[in-house]
Write a protein that binds this ligand. Structure first.
Ligand code: PLP
Length: 401
């Protein structure tokens, strides 16, 4: 079979809920992937920041293989010897007090929503069915029915109603709007420190600090979704560290599984987390020993290999190189660490997809985010030489645009 055959098979037997670039990957290592014809590409997406530690990181693979010689799944009907050590490390790394393990990012967000509601309804006296969670325009928090209920992206919503009530939308990076939206039934705000899927929107400095201050004053919850920004992607272990604050509830996922396995969690203080009681929430696979062994090593790799520092240094170098390009088509470069968006001046209805296709032909895999922006989010283990390799090709494509 060749690439065309594999793509045909996917199209015939798989739902068409994605529009992938026409590359069929069969092998990967570090920042590199190879297609079925043996052509090499540099991965500038890292599966939406789920592979911060690099493809098939040797330490994480070893942790998985070791665990596969012991036990993979116990369910939460029993305890296992991997979950406790993993949750302890996750709390140490994040500065939170307790964690509830799930599998996908969307489940972590669902967990955070349930946690926030139950806390507000049982401890804060907000009547059940009346609590409101404030969210931001152009958010991306996942794909479940409840989460898409408060999406502002029509593609994510069309045909899926009726929607879950209890969410109020305000503009992103708008403190006065937040202040105004708060009323006696407000539970808190769910927000991304940087809006990734919306096109790498970095809010003004002080945004998170202001949100924290207002939440404290009003006694409501600051719920951060760091599923994409967490685990060293933006140059700190978590994006909230840039502003010296801490959330009340934190959602993590993606790179927690080191690119090997879906692992997510919702974290909170002991007081908030105490509203969960036996039977009130759960997951068959959440906290399974294989996931915990992989996630523990994924955390250790981030810390031991100083990937936050590396993300900061390599991100600065990446942006410096991008700024050297002579292209009138580039409208804006937005970045924090190795989460980088390049927005283009385009006509009505045009997207950067053709640019991504040309990058692919040259051996650079990057994906459009929000039509007009190309996202660069390579594995954080990337070296200067590897950035230079990519930059020669990106420059050719962008300067010809
Ligand atoms: C990817 C992502 C999610 C959803 O994670 P899944 O594992 O795809 O369910 C939620 N929030 C943010 C910010 C994300 O980037």
């Amino acid at each position: 079979m060749n690439a065309k055959d594999y793509i045909e098979l996917e199209k015939t037997y798989g739902a068409h809920n994605y529009h992938p670039l026409p590359v069929v990957i069969s092998k990967a290592k570090g920042v590199w992937v190879w297609d079925v014809d043996g052509k090499k590409y540099i991965d500038m997406l890292s599966s939406y920041s789920a592979i911060n530690q690099g493809h098939l990181n040797e330490r994480i693979v070893k942790a998985a293989i070791d665990q596969l010689g012991r036990v993979s799944l116990t369910s939460r009907a029993f305890s296992n010897d991997r979950m406790g050590p993993f949750l302890k490390r996750l709390c140490e790394v994040s500065g939170m007090e307790m964690a509830l393990p799930m599998n996908t990012g969307a489940e972590a967000v669902e967990t955070a929503i349930k946690l926030a509601r139950r806390y507000a309804h049982t401890k804060k006296g907000i009547p059940e069915h009346e609590g409101e969670i404030i969210v931001c325009e152009n958010n991306f928090h996942g794909r479940t029915t409840t989460i898409i209920s408060f999406s502002s992206d029509p593609d994510s919503k069309k045909g899926y109603g009726p929607f879950t009530p209890g969410f109020v939308t305000i503009p992103y990076d708008d403190i006065p709007a937040f202040d105004k939206a708060i009323n006696k039934n407000t539970i808190g705000i769910l927000v991304e420190p940087i809006q990734g899927e919306a096109g790498i929107h970095v809010p003004r400095e002080g945004y998170l600090r202001e949100l924290r201050r207002i939440c404290d004053r009003k006694g409501i919850l600051l719920i951060l979704d760091e599923i994409q920004t967490g685990f060293a992607r933006t140059g700190k272990m978590f994006a909230f560290e840039h502003e010296g604050i801490k959330p009340d509830i934190l959602c993590v996922g993606k790179a927690l599984g080191g690119g090997l396995y879906p692992v997510s969690a919702a974290l909170a203080s002991r007081e908030v987390m105490s509203v969960f009681t036996p039977g009130s929430h759960g997951s068959t696979f959440g906290g399974n020993p294989l996931a915990c062994a992989i996630a523990l090593e994924s955390l250790n790799v981030l810390v031991d290999e100083k990937l936050a520092e590396r993300s900061r240094e390599m991100g600065a170098y990446f942006v410096k190189r991008l700024k050297e390009f002579k292209s009138k088509k580039i409208k804006a470069i937005r970045a924090k660490g190795l989460l980088i968006g390049v927005e283009f001046h385009l006509g009505r209805g045009e997207t950067v997809r053709p640019l991504c296709e040309r990058l692919m032909e040259k051996g650079v895999l990057a994906k459009d985010t929000h039509e007009k922006t190309v996202r660069f989010a390579p594995p954080l283990v990337i070296s200067k030489g590897e950035i230079d390799w990519a930059m020669d090709r990106i420059r050719q494509v962008f300067e010809a645009a």
